[in-house]
Design a protein around this ligand. Structure first.
Ligand code: FE2
Length: 282
């Protein structure tokens, strides 16, 4: 899919772009079914075998090693003090990440669709590389809030190149935790980086000035909608207090011509280098 001139203008002025009907309903359904299958491989018993202190350490490692794996993360509200899930894992999981776009054939097929490659081309990527994928459940009643952030904080390159491709697999509304974004906020500076340290991870402050002012707007999105997010755009998503889930899939793309720092939290081993798209022949 190619952007028209109005869409380009909106992208440049807002730092986000909502593209309704980008994904067919049956393609959304296939991703949801595949996520459910992947969940069968998740053994929640592994959550409860560590003491609290070790659990924290182990949780950090589980997260830090997930850049080239398919791993399962659960909602805070779904884990009891003893580390056990208090509900079925299908209703407890927060997200699956962060390399199913390379490791799982169904997610890989979707993530490398020509329509996405064309958009990356339109957005000015020279050598687009798919860095990270997340399947986000935003569970009914316990789906947690994601506080305001810039994606370049987590997926930093020099120069900054990351763009988020966020696909609504179900209707996302204010009630079930849709995205919110600050129009034009992508022109602000990058406030912090999330980096590896000797002991784990930490936020490295780049700009400790006051947080951006201005009102975020809700980006309600019907099933099949694509939302593009500039790496510097402040955005968040609300909690899901409704009884409806809000499944979404996101892929983050960076440019292979930019430097990828060794202290970024997300690292891959040599066996799984970042991939781009098939060349677009038109
Ligand atoms: Fe984000």
């Amino acid at each position: 899919m190619r952007l028209d001139s109005k869409q380009r203008q909106r992208w440049e002025s807002d730092g986000f772009l909502v593209v309704p009907e980008f994904v067919a309903a049956d393609a959304c359904d296939r991703l949801m079914a595949r996520a459910a299958e992947l969940l069968t491989e998740f053994d929640p018993a592994t959550l409860s075998i560590f003491s609290t202190k070790e659990q924290t350490h182990t949780t950090d490692e589980y997260f830090l090693e997930s850049g080239d794996k398919i791993r399962f993360f659960v909602e805070d509200g779904a884990v009891d003090a003893d580390g056990r899930l208090n509900r079925a894992k299908e209703l407890a999981v927060n997200k699956i990440g962060h390399a199913q776009h390379d490791l799982d054939p169904v997610f890989a097929h979707f993530s490398h669709l020509r329509a996405i490659a064309e958009l990356a081309d339109d957005l000015g990527f020279t050598d687009p590389r798919l860095l990270q994928s997340m399947y986000i459940f935003k569970q009914p009643e316990i789906g947690g809030e994601v506080v305001s952030h810039q994606d370049s904080t987590f997926l930093y390159t020099e120069p900054e190149t990351v763009v988020g491709f966020w696909f609504a697999l179900e209707d996302a509304t204010v009630d079930n935790g849709c995205l919110w974004a600050l129009p034009g906020g992508h022109r602000l500076g990058l406030r912090q980086r999330f980096v590896r340290t000797d002991t784990g991870v930490a936020f490295k402050v780049l700009d400790d000035g006051p947080p951006p002012s201005g009102e975020m707007v809700p980006l309600e999105a019907r099933k099949g909608t694509l939302v593009l997010l500039h790496g510097r755009l402040p955005h968040r998503s609300g909690p899901n207090r409704s009884r409806r889930s809000r499944h979404a899939y996101s892929v983050h793309i960076i440019d292979g011509t930019a430097d990828y720092p060794a202290d970024n939290w997300l690292q891959r081993g040599p066996d799984l280098p970042l991939r781009g798209f098939q060349p677009i022949v038109s």
